[in-house]
Design a protein around this ligand. Structure first.
Ligand code: FES
Length: 65
């Protein structure tokens, strides 16, 4: 019943490119600091563009840590 890790469940950020939240976080930890970096590395936002705001939010959250 006890969950040892208080972790947010992973989820799909970019449906078009099949990019998970954890992949975006990993790319940021590896040095990406902008949406453009993540777009280059993972391809996020290169399809329908609907994930762009979400990616910006994740970048903001991660860089504030
Ligand atoms: S969901 Fe990311 S480009 Fe479509």
């Amino acid at each position: 019943m006890h969950s040892p890790l208080e972790q947010k469940p992973d989820y799909l950020v970019c449906i078009c490119m099949g990019v998970m939240h954890s992949e975006v976080v990993t790319a940021i930890k590896d040095g990406a600091t902008t949406f453009a970096d993540l777009s280059d590395i993972l391809g996020v936002g290169t399809g329908c563009n609907s994930c762009i705001e979400e990616v910006h939010d994740i970048v903001r959250e991660e860089l504030e840590k």
